[in-house]
Design a protein around this ligand. Structure first.
Ligand code: PNS
Length: 164
């Protein structure tokens, strides 16, 4: 039977418990999940793509069917190259919806063979985002509710114990 491959694209700057929750859910649905860090995101990033790949690689270690990589250019094109049948995205609150549907429709036009599958994270992570994590880290707040210890250490290394 054909492998059901999905791509989970994103910035992951840094990966949070919300991303981990999504990876766990998607890994159960698809045969292979490719977590893909976008190289050309228009957002200024805190961590380099290589650092984000390292953090994600350590997160996905327990899952034999999840790989981590990066890609340049269009997500729809990368998904085509990987023979993916779906893009996975997290949908938390209503305000995510407009952004996600705009992207999903654009990706559908660029690659009609791929569907976007939006997964809802656990209620605990509904209001969690990388932006919030970066903001708390900048001000030296505790991150233990939001990211694994290893990522908290990386944030402290990057920003200093009391933030930048
Ligand atoms: O985690 P993010 O920042 O919400 O992820 C956004 C991302 C990287 C998935 C999106 O910006 C993207 O797909 N970028 C690649 C370029 C692309 O394909 N753009 C067209 C989709 S509208």
């Amino acid at each position: 039977m054909a492998q059901r491959i999905a791509v989970y694209p994103g910035s992951f700057d840094p990966p949070t418990y919300g991303h981990i929750d999504l990876i766990e859910r998607a890994a159960k649905i698809f045969d292979t999940l490719v977590v893909a860090v976008a190289r050309n995101s228009d957002k200024a990033s805190l961590f380099s793509v290589e650092e984000r790949i390292e953090m994600l690689a350590s997160i996905v270690k327990p899952h034999g069917n999840v790989e981590v990589t990066s890609f340049q250019g269009l997500t729809a094109e990368f998904a085509r190259q990987r023979n993916a049948i779906a893009l996975v995205r997290g949908l938390r609150v209503v305000s995510d919806f407009e952004y996600e549907i705009t992207m999903a429709i654009a990706n559908q036009k660029l690659n009609p063979t791929i569907d976007t599958v939006c997964l809802m994270p656990s209620e605990r992570f509904l209001l969690l985002s990388s932006r919030i994590v970066r903001e708390i880290a900048v001000h030296g707040g505790s991150l233990k509710e939001f990211v694994p210890e290893e990522i908290e250490h990386r944030l402290i290394e990057k920003l200093g114990r009391n933030g930048a």
